[in-house]
Design a protein. Sequence first.
Length: 334
Amino acid sequence: MANRRNGSKRPASSEEIEYWTHAADSLSALSASYTSPDNKDTVGRVNRLISAWPSDDTLPAEGFDSVKTTYKKLVSGLNDIKAAAERDAKAMEDTIERLGILIALRKAPEAAPPQEKRQKRPRGHSPVGTSTPPTPALGPQRGMSITLPPRGSVGPQPIPFSREPKARREALAPQLPLQEGRKVAFHPPNNTSGKSDSGVGSGKDEEWILAVVTRCINQDKNRYEVQDPEPQEDGSPGQTYNTTLRAIIPLPDPNAHPESPEHLNAYPLFVAGSTVMALYPDTSCFYRAEVIASPKDMLSTPRNGPIYKLKFEDDDDQEHTVMAQWVVEWPGGT
């Protein structure tokens, strides 16, 4: 997969430093546990007990009571080793989780400089898929408390994606009209030489990009002008398009009121195994991905909002952490 990532050169935020510090502390604790004299003594003791265990059915000269004593000591030693291994595994998991959040913070699209052009990576055609029914949405973004729904609770349910105008208007009714500045996933037409009045239909089925609503056309809640935030090759402002709701998936607005239909709280929570569409890190393109861990599965949540752990299709089985505001339903079969 070409044209992948560019490392962020911006200064680290206090939150990023905090996550790195926690990760470094976990690594130090893990190293200390692994090399501790007590750990080495336990392993050595267990190895000696194993070597003293009868290799056949013949009792040792000390008799059966000696075998029972060795057995008890061996069980105790093995339990100590198991407990230490479980602690080490948890420390590793916690460290990996914190590093994943740190990577997500560093790669967050909103952190990129205004004039920095994010690459759109070329991809081959992917097979059409269907989405797995998600479960309830999560809490607020930066500056607000983040609350997770109780496990098994009932919340916002997904509405199957449809390009039929009436179905789209009904599905998005609480959010209409989309306001100027609203970020959306947009399916552009095949012709990118200028504005298009035809919406979509001629574009590639799986080509979705990040775009911003610039206006509602003639106060028609179904028609909008959207703009690609990336500048064009000659440095002029990004391409603009006249389109309709059938080519738009509104993204959660982290600045909206927590009880508004635009906020992440009103969006479904995609559980592990779900098929979604998400913004690939360091690009302005959305691609099909599988949810490996939902925000409620993560060990910790950054202050600027919940995150998903995803595995993008045709990406060599790599796992990425992506902010929840860049993850939406997969418009498969459209």
